[in-house]
Design a protein around this ligand. Sequence first.
Ligand code: NAD
Length: 454
Amino acid sequence: MSYQHLIDQQRHFFNTNTTKDLSYRINELKRLKSVLLKNETRLYEAIYQDFKKSEFETYTTELSIIYHEIDLAVSKVKKWAKKRRVSTGLANLPGKSYIIPEPYGTVLVIGAWNYPYQLSLCPAIAAIAAGCTVILKPSEIPSQTAAIMAELVNENFDPKIFKVVEGSVKETTALLNHKFDKIFFTGSAVVGKIIYQAAAKHLTPVTLELGGKSPAIITKDVNIEMTAKRLVWGKFLNAGQTCIAPDYVMVESSIKETFLSAIKKQIEKADYNVDNHNYTQIINDKNFERLESLIDSDKIYIGGNCNKENRIIPPTILTGVDFEDKVMQDEIFGPILPIIEYTNINDAIKQIKTLSKPLSCYVFTKNIALKNKILNEISFGGGAVNDAVMHFTEQKLPFGGVGDSGIGNYHGKYGFETFSHYKSILQKSFLIELDLKYAPYSAKKLKWLKKIIG
Ligand code: NAD
């Protein structure tokens, strides 16, 4: 089926208004959950083949998130889709004002490879909940997960409602030549710009979920053990291939040595090992080589011994790093953690702000004034105080970037809003009509109008 034919089919179906029916949306969402549940074992196998991601991490960081998004949408969509009354100004009385959420229409979702299931399916869930039809193009890099998503969706959904199209740059470029009503993209800023330009040709609204160098700032008055434990988990989850992983650490000089020993202890305790199902591979040779080239052997505190054959890079801590180093030029997106020390928080903030606005920022401190200062002075998508990565799991928090880390957000109700247009309506009655606004104008009418509309 040509892309044009597929889009026409979806648009035609959308225009039948079937998707406006909330029970239709709930049924489709339930169908997706039951298909995933029935095929869970195959989903685990596919992702393990792609980059040895364990069942534990696949459940906790992919499937459970998808199931929660579906459950929330099923239970809340009636509330989210309700028209909302707002007050009406004097000039329009008697009358009432309200806002009707309406689905955008036929949408394109483009996924990234690092959390292949949830980064593709969560936007699709939000789009279906909002009443859109969906064409999903997952990342081609984890080929087994892309294939199983295509199989499960295409065998269980009508293509006019939800269709997975597999492919890489060529296919995505071809899709982008067509007009969609919304494009939701997750991936790099470089490709994000391509998507934005393609969307602009059709004036299509976009959500861009991008990445960046997310800092973790650690002040001297923290619980060092707990800070190290949470940071190590957030960094080495998925072998650091997480868009919101702490990219680098800024630590106050006076606690640097104690902090480094605590980090080392936590890494040893976690026993990161692919064979133990505690760790994942680097997704492909290209990323392996890119990451290997970022490791400056003179600066290794622990790790660094890469295994090319198995594409394993152990948790690697670099010390004595500064902002000029190669590892500080771009998002790392792998298990390498540079540690930079600071003595003055103002200087640290200044340095962080020389880089693009990150997707996340993590502040570890017991000092409330310092916490407020950092949250106030650094712009970033979202983050956590005294934790890393976990803000992603809060369904009531919108998830997205700012500046170079993205445009727009999703998760829970925010996902519904991302795929909805909010249509504003003023409704008048035929009861009365004052002459004031109508010609012929007069000084007297103007005087009264000024009193009414201010
Ligand atoms: P990517 O930009 O290379 O690819 C993303 C998608 O775009 C894929 O589906 C790919 O097929 C497609 N694509 C690639 N090149 C294209 C082109 N020239 N034209 C059209 N489409 C193209 O990103 P990636 O390597 O899959 O993911 C890594 C990046 O994504 C990192 O920067 C990471 O921080 C970011 N990311 C962000 C989030 C988030 O939620 N904000 C989540 C995961 C990853």
